[in-house]
Ligand binder design. Structure first.
Ligand code: FAD
Length: 815
């Protein structure tokens, strides 16, 4: 039997090698149009980055080694240009000599791989635009870097991201351009945002939702023109925009193609001509979960399909079952793993599903070297099927995604995940493995032990919703969900009686553990309550613009400044501690230092860089610098001379020093006066102050809800006050020159023209930056207003609270 294989890398060589192992007498000819067979294309980006130092390690086999070990006839620089299926012949062009000839076959195998999606962009043929598919592409990029290239632009999916990381590791300035609103299409947007954050943290510029419109030469450099904004100029571009099946030969020979343009094959990998098999990136297959055609070009399916083809050629009944899109990607310190269907696909297919998020540690948190990973599990409403999973984290991602991929392949249910017995010792896992915990949470949901809300629902909460942050007040002050109120877990039992049973409580914490405990308390007191799945970590991933800025990090390769000759340097290791642990420890450590001393802190908590920046600003300490270290960051803070560090208890860090607090009393309900206060409050917040706005008498109008709220049982007098007092900021009028509303309208018009923020925008900004809104309880009572008529999140308090706030403040203003 004579078998001809077209394409000599993953699927082709896997097929050839298995074929020889199965049949010693078979004649096997492999045509490969490139210079190399069986090379490690997955390793190309890592040789560019210098991680795989020896180029020869990528060249797994040569025609000579394949001849001597497997007796294969491998012909490189040999392009198959046509198939004659009736004569069972292929036409071959030897690119080195220009010779053409025909080769006959009994069985033909098409493993021609994929080709890059071609975008019809002007200037695509510029010599500084490179693909990254072959050894030759890699060598060309290496040559550019060796010639002194300093800036690179990368466009593309996961190969692009791998290229971006490795170019950055070589010290280049790297910009990633992505037309879609998110990176890495196989992930859902919130999970992909975690990768974007990491790229940015490592100094890569990322432009999402911004397609390239063409390329232009700029004196030997290349300018990428964009859909919006100025062109970006660099020394070269790596263009890896995704793959399409290389099915040209099959199409020309009249073989059947599928809906994605891949060669159509049956389970035995036979094409529409039973003497021709095909596999790898050239074919499309069936999705394990949806049962629909799918095109997922990956090395695992290609290698398995090559083997299955060989089995069938040798007469075995071997079948390829399906593809499930299991993939893994390294992005600097993060790993992203995915398997099965994502949420976008479930929605597109109209499949009902549940989702849960969790943030378990890679291994026992008390054993060094771990940090929380973000895990998303998608499953059928009855729990019988697991649809998909996505995980982004620093350690232990590969193991969990593979367990979940196996669970999906084995058709396990979420109920089964609770019972998996997985290897555990502190350096490797936890007694409750993250996969078990995913099962626990999913089953809690299905059993009704918990009700969840998701961060993407924030704009669709019902009118009676009250968002409650159950973290400590220190965490709340660092950042909180806009309009949330703070009710720390430790105080819930004491305050549960004061909660309004007619409201729906949407509670949250950092990762979902404390809010689950709070949920169980509130639920057992008969309250309507839901807990945020994944906590603020996932909320930030959904709403990246809502999060505070992280502290800037220098590139991993750059040494930190060592301007510490005069200062005492104290080190603090918070690796493995989760929020608020690092901030609490930091606060404690600073208390024992003198002004000017330096604290060097190591932390693995992924939220810490953001907390640190906000905390330093709020506390007045100097943030000196930070850099990435394996598994976390190392940051330096200098204790500020004028700051006395507050005492802290482990469970509840004390609020920041009163010297940086401003209290504004809003007595007036006039547009201009309220506007003045809000401008001042925002300025104070921007300067790192804590701000409390105390609304009393006419000022209450500013924090009334705009829409009428039903208030059964109000007296006529109370109702009359309600009618007379303006409802919300948009109804306030000028204190002077109102002229029956004309003056106010003119003022609003002029403000808009001059791009001055409206009072509504200023109030939203102030709240987002942490301003506390307090309504005077006495004024509410006198004016006949009820708390539910005020904006959500407004606290009700009396004069004592105001006076203690004023006591802690260095400025108190009455407006
Ligand atoms: P290929 O391995 O591409 O082989 C096809 C071969 O056919 C090519 O060498 C081509 O020259 C040859 N050929 C085509 N037409 C002809 C013709 N007419 N005549 C003769 N020869 C022909 N997958 C993963 O799962 N994980 C990863 O980390 C990963 N990283 C990657 C990184 C890079 C940079 C690239 C390019 C790919 C990566 N992949 C990864 C994808 C993976 O390499 C492919 O899915 C896999 O190689 C597909 O195998 P294949 O045999 O179908 O095609």
């Amino acid at each position: 039997m004579k078998v001809v294989i077209v394409g000599g890398v993953a699927a082709g060589m896997s097929c050839a090698a298995r074929l020889r192992r199965m049949d010693e007498r078979c004649e096997i000819v492999v045509f490969e149009k490139g210079a190399y067979v069986s090379f490690a294309n997955c390793g190309l980006p890592y040789h560019i980055g210098g991680v795989i130092g020896d180029r020869a390690r990528l060249l797994v086999q040569t025609p000579e080694t394949l001849k001597s070990t497997l007796n294969l006839d491998v012909r490189v620089f040999s392009t198959v240009t046509a198939l004659d299926v009736s004569a069972k012949k292929v036409s071959v062009l030897e690119s080195k000599t220009g010779r053409t000839y025909e080769e006959s076959y009994d069985t033909l195998v098409l493993t021609t791989g994929a080709k890059s999606l071609k975008l019809p962009l002007p200037g695509m043929d510029h010599p500084a635009v490179f693909e990254l598919r072959t050894i030759r592409d890699m060598d060309a990029i290496q040559a550019r870097i060796a010639a002194g290239a300093k800036q690179a632009i990368v466009m593309g999916g996961y190969i692009g991201i791998e290229a971006a990381e490795n170019l950055r590791l070589r010290g280049l300035d790297v910009t990633v351009i992505e037309k879609m609103p998110q990176l890495m299409g196989p992930l859902d947007p919130e999970m992909a945002n975690l990768l974007k954050d990491e790229l940015v943290r490592q100094g890569v510029r990322v432009l999402t939702g911004c397609g390239a419109t063409g390329f232009e030469d700029r004196n030997g450099k290349i300018a990428v023109k964009l859909e919006r904004g100025e062109p970006i100029v660099a020394d070269f571009v790596v263009f890896a925009p995704g793959s399409q099946p290389n099915a040209d030969l099959a199409r020309a020979a009249g073989l059947k193609l599928g809906q994605y343009g891949g060669i159509a094959v049956n389970e035995r990998m036979q094409t529409s001509d039973p003497t021709i098999y095909a596999g790898g990136d050239a074919v499309e297959s069936v999705d394990l979960v949806s049962g629909r055609p799918v095109y997922i070009p990956m090395a695992g399916p290609a290698n398995r399909q090559g083997r299955i083809i060989a089995d069938n050629i040798c007469g075995r009944d071997s079948r390829y079952r399906s593809t499930q899109g299991t993939a893994i990607l390294k992005v600097f310190d993060l790993t992203a793993g995915m398997t099965g269907l994502n949420e976008k696909t479930l929605q597109r297919l109209g499949l009902a599903y549940h989702k849960v998020y969790l943030s378990p540690y890679g291994h026992a948190d008390y054993y060094p070297g771990t940090s929380p990973m973000q895990m998303k599990l998608l499953f059928a409403p009855d729990g019988a099927r697991i649809y998909g999973a996505q995980i982004v984290g620093r350690d232990g991602v590969d193991k969990r995604i593979d367990v979940l991929a196996t669970a999906i392949r084995g058709q396990l249910s979420v109920w089964d995940l609770e019972h998996l017995e997985l290897a555990y010792a502190p350096p490797y896992g936890s007694a409750k493995d993250p996969v078990n915990v995913a099962g626990f949470i999913a089953c809690n949901l299905l059993r009704g032990d918990v009700a969840l809300w998701h961060a993407d629902e924030i704009d669709r909460l019902p009118p009676n919703a009250c968002v409650v942050d159950v973290r400590t007040s220190a965490e709340f002050n660092l950042w909180h969900v806009p309009n949330a109120i703070n009710l720390p877990l430790g105080q819930i039992r004491a305050k549960v009686a004061t909660l309004d049973p007619t409201r729906a409580y949407y509670i949250y914490c950092r990762v979902g553990r404390r809010s689950y405990l709070a949920y169980r308390i509130l639920k057992q007191h008969g309250l309507k309550v839901k807990t945020l799945s994944g906590g603020t970590d996932i909320f930030h991933a959904f709403h990246p613009t809502e999060q505070p800025d992280p502290c800037p990090t220098t590139p991993t390769t750059t040494a930190m400044n060592t301007d510490t000759k005069t200062a005492r340097v104290v080190t603090l290791d918070c690796m493995g501690l989760q929020c608020p642990g690092p901030i609490v420890k930091l606060n404690e450590a600073l208390a024992s230092l003198s002004a000017g001393d330096m604290l060097e802190i190591k932390a693995s908590d992924p939220g810490f860089p953001r907390d640190l920046n906000t905390w330093c600003r709020a506390q007045g300490h100097e943030f000196v610098e930070s850099r990435n270290i394996p598994g976390g960051i190392l940051a330096r803070i200098r204790k500020h001379a004028a700051v006395a560090t507050t005492s802290a208890s482990a469970s509840e860090p004390a609020p920041s020093s009163g010297r940086r607090k401003k209290t504004f009393v809003v007595f007036s309900g006039d547009f201009d006066r309220v506007m003045g206060v809000l401008v001042m409050a925002n300025a104070a917040l921007a300067m790192g102050n804590e701000v409390t706005l105390f609304f009393t008498f006419w000022g209450l109008s500013a924090i009334r809800k705009e829409q009428a709220v039903a208030t059964p049982g109000k007296s006529l007098l109370d109702r009359m006050f309600g009618w007379m007092l303006p409802r919300g900021l948009s109804r306030l009028t000028l204190s002077k020159l109102n002229m029956g509303g004309m003056g106010t309208a003119m003022m609003k018009h002029v403000m808009k023209q001059k791009h001055v923020d409206s009072p509504q925008q200023l109030l939203t900004q102030a709240r987002a930056k942490g301003a506390k809104l307090v309504a005077c309880s006495m004024s509410l009572d006198v004016m006949g207003l009820r708390p539910e008529e005020l904006l959500d999140g407004v606290e009700i308090a009396g004069a004592a609270t105001f006076l203690s706030e004023a006591d802690e403040s260095n400025v108190t203003m009455l407006m």
